[in-house]
Design a protein. Structure first.
Length: 173
């Protein structure tokens, strides 16, 4: 199997990132940071293309994330719950712990949970309605049909504030 080399396609020619004779297995965190800094520096200096560099990083992340997922349940610590190897501290701990309270047979919890689910559903419906407002809109008072109680007086309802950002979305084919 050939050795894998980390390289960038520069704006005009291929720029090899100087990693020296190091293995990802044996480098420490500061050396990893230095490698990343050199790659970013190559982009900042105009030696490497930013989009190509980002594509390379996304593909690398895909490869390594796939490996990490595949190693779950296969990698074992030889000496119990704590271990050190290749500049890494490795420990075993519980992750993703969840509690299922519906199994407790507690009527107070069940009642509170039902109220919460009802409120979440009502809130979701109200938010869906508010999303239809695109400009300040005068609305009539709202009355509870069951009790006749005024829920909300007539007023101007403003549209919800919509926030977000722009991102590049990658689909590796």
């Amino acid at each position: 199997m050939e050795n894998l080399n980390l390289f960038l396609h520069p704006v005009q020619e291929t720029a090899v990132v100087p990693i020296e004779d190091k293995s990802l297995l044996t480098v420490d965190k500061s050396e990893l940071s230095e490698i990343a800094s050199k790659i970013v520096e190559a982009v900042d200096d105009g030696i490497a293309d930013a989009l190509n560099t980002l594509i390379m990083a996304k593909k690398g992340a895909y490869v390594f994330d796939s490996i990490i997922e595949s190693m779950k349940g296969k990698a074992r610590l030889p000496e119990g719950k704590s271990y050190q190897k290749h500049n890494c501290d490795i420990r075993e701990q519980a992750t993703g712990v969840r509690y299922y309270f519906d199994a407790c047979n507690d009527p107070i919890w069940s009642d509170l949970n039902m109220q919460l689910l009802d409120l979440k559903e009502r809130l979701s419906k109200r938010e869906a309605k508010l999303k239809t407002f695109t400009k300040p809109t005068a609305v009539q008072e709202e009355v509870d049909e069951d009790t006749g109680e005024v829920i909300m007086e007539a007023r101007v309802i403003n549209p919800p504030v919509k926030t977000g950002g722009q991102s590049l979305i990658f689909t590796i084919k």
